[in-house]
Design a protein around this ligand. Structure first.
Ligand code: AMP
Length: 218
């Protein structure tokens, strides 16, 4: 059973923190394109050399590059039980590419969690981090880039009925609890574990019916 989630929100909205919590809770990988790209820069790979200038300036790297990266990552076996995307997609073309990738795998997204935080709060949070692209000028630019290129995904996923609004201004544990509330109704019980309902397998449907109907309807 898969549980395929996207975390959407401005830089500094707590996507990474929540991705880590969800990853541990549901034992599915959190995939951060930002982390992967920074690791490539650190390692000085050709990809890293190509993307460094974009990251340093707070610009998005070209769509094709992150789409390829995600395409490869989603073919890894550890994503079969689900995944949490943190920082991807960030543009409408990336979201469209993700939709076609997942359509081909017959596993549509379960939900897109939008962590809502007002821009001033985000500036304050990012100002306290110590990443190379957290300098004030770059922060402001990353917020502009979010508003111009990523915010259109809010209505994109709203139109698909996938968008779930989460108040990201709360403390991390409260945000996690809000996410839980939103996710729980999507999950169907299976052997005591939370799992997701878009691709029930026969045994789960039957055992669920058995529990409810005492076997008479199965
Ligand atoms: P993040 O850690 O998600 O804030 O990403 C840091 C930087 O990596 C961004 O400012 C972009 O330069 C680059 N990046 C990460 N994810 C993407 C993406 N999906 N599309 C384009 N650029 C990205």
């Amino acid at each position: 059973m898969g549980m395929d989630l996207v975390l959407l929100g401005p830089p500094g909205s707590g996507k990474g923190t929540q991705a880590a919590i969800l990853s541990q809770k549901y034992r599915i990988p959190a995939i951060s394109t930002g982390d992967v790209l920074r690791a490539q820069v650190e390692a000085g790979t050709p990809l890293g050399q190509r993307v460094k200038a974009y990251i340093d300036r707070g610009e998005l790297v070209p769509d094709s590059l992150v789409v390829d990266l995600i395409q490869h990552r989603l073919s890894d076996p550890d994503t079969q039980q689900g995944f949490i995307l943190d920082g991807f997609p960030r543009t409408v073309p990336q979201a469209q590419a993700l939709d076609s990738m997942l359509a081909a795998l017959d596993r549509p997204l379960d939900a897109v969690l939008y962590l809502q935080v007002d821009p001033q709060a985000v500036r304050e949070r990012l100002g306290q981090r110590h990443r190379g692209d957290d300098l004030q000028g770059v922060i402001d630019h990353r917020l502009d880039v979010f508003l111009q290129q990523t915010a259109p995904l809010i209505s994109y996923y709203q139109a698909q009925g996938k968008l779930k609004l989460i108040d990201g201004a709360q403390p991390p544990e409260a945000v996690a609890a809000s996410i839980d509330e939103v996710i729980r109704p999507l999950a169907v019980p299976s052997f005591g574990e939370a799992s997701f309902g878009h691709k029930p397998n026969v045994s789960q449907v039957v055992s669920d019916e058995n529990t409810k109907e005492n076997g008479s309807n199965a």
